[in-house]
Ligand binder design. Structure first.
Ligand SMILES: *Cc1c(COP(=O)(O)O)cnc(C)c1O
Length: 383
């Protein structure tokens, strides 16, 4: 049954208020549109958000990860441990520095890197770890940093999805080593494109600033030197103004996301989908910012594949996504020797996961509609 009278529900949509739109227009009229006063204000606000730690903005959460690795001294000959269940950027940045990615399988319950398997992957060449907080759920931070301390490893936290998530009541970004956020349009806080790196001290912040803009340091009116190979990763003031308009609304955004996630658990409880064995995320209402609500499909009990399932959602006016196919099975990584069967939990998750709509302007009625559709499709194709 198609419901063409009901408006299409995308899986994500940014939430930009009119005050921010006016603010952007002011920036455009101001005469200073690239990195300038809005970035300074955004960095100051983010630093306060992260308990006063130094923060530098970037034009993406990929640039922040790469620069984080460089600040940690990662380069050719080094190994970096990470998860295969992430956006491919997480591993690509390791290759970008010339280092070698070492994948560790996920815990299927949390869908994050299984910290119980990390120590057996450590070698004398291991320099750093990039844990990913998938859908905003952090790993066990006490355990993570115990491993890092014991083996003298740097940590670059891929907190791209975890803006506003917490660990034992403290915000992600307030604690830990180097922390990387993304402000891509789909993230809980957006600057259209963008990212921020939380650093340990002013020396690291100065280095981050050099890597952000061609390795340049300026002195006085006319002095300039270039002593490291930097990139072109600075954020525009237009983007920073968008981010500044989002930050005061973040707590409210995340509260609404938690409410919608609870509605998903309620709406899927006891239905056909649950009886068929649909997989649900870990019901964490302490730490997660509920960046996404990802189910896994019991494909062996359905006479439809994932694409068909997503198509059936679309016919009912509902968008969905896939986050993410296992990174090690992409051609670039297969060419480096990775194969099926190496990380079975990440592979199964990557092959069966579907991201359902979850964004701040949705209401519980929208969630109920998605849950009904999921149950209907499971009813139709269940076997
Ligand atoms: C979004 C994302 C990135 C990359 O951020 P961009 O801003 O898109 O470059 C990296 N890792 C994870 C887990 C992400 O979700």
């Amino acid at each position: 049954m198609t419901q063409s009278s009901v408006p299409f529900l995308p899986f994500v949509r940014p939430d930009i208020d009119e005050e921010t739109i006016r603010g952007v227009a002011d920036v455009l009229r101001s005469g200073w549109i690239t990195t300038g006063p809005q970035n300074q204000a955004f960095e100051a606000a983010l630093s306060e958000f992260c308990g006063g730690r130094p923060v530098r903005t970037f034009n993406s959460g990929t640039a922040t990860l790469e620069v984080g690795l460089r600040i940690a001294g990662v380069g050719p000959g080094d190994e970096v441990i990470t998860t295969p269940a992430s956006w491919v950027a997480t591993a690509n940045v390791i290759l970008e520095t010339g280092a070698t990615p070492v994948f560790v399988d996920i815990d299927p319950r949390t869908r994050n890197i299984d910290l119980n398997l990390v120590e057996q992957a450590i070698t004398p060449r291991t320099k750093a770890m990039i844990p990913v907080y998938l859908a905003g759920l952090p790993v066990d931070m006490d355990r993570l940093y115990a491993i890092a301390r014991e083996h003298k490893l740097r940590v670059i936290e891929d907190a791209a999805q975890a803006v506003g998530s917490t660990w034992k009541g403290e915000r992600i970004g307030k604690l830990g080593d180097i922390v990387s956020f993304s402000f891509h349009a789909n993230k809980n806080l957006t600057s259209i494109e963008g990212g921020a790196l939380v650093l340990n001290n002013e020396e690291e912040a100065a280095l981050a600033q050099k890597y952000r803009l061609q390795g340049i340091t300026r002195t006085g009116f006319d002095g300039m030197d270039c002593d490291v190979l930097g990139g072109k990763y600075n954020l525009t003031d237009v983007a920073a103004r968008v981010g500044l308009g989002q930050l005061p609304r973040l707590e409210g955004f995340n509260a609404q996301r938690r409410k919608l996630a609870r509605a998903y658990f309620a709406g899927l409880a006891g239905g056909v989908a649950e009886k068929l064995g649909i997989g649900l995320p870990l019901a964490d209402f302490e730490n997660s910012n509920w960046h996404m609500f990802q189910i896994t499909l019991p494909l062996e009990k359905l006479s439809v594949d994932r694409a068909g399932f997503m198509g059936a959602l679309k016919e009912r006016g509902i968008g969905s996504g896939v986050h993410y196919p296992a990174i090690h099975l992409f051609s670039l990584y297969r060419a480096r020797g990775f194969r099926e069967g190496m990380f079975p939990h990440a592979e199964r998750f990557g092959a069966t996961t579907v991201t359902l709509p979850l964004f701040t302007q949705m209401n519980e009625g929208d969630v109920a509609r998605v849950c009904r559709a999921v149950n209907e499709i499971c009813e139709q194709y269940g076997r």
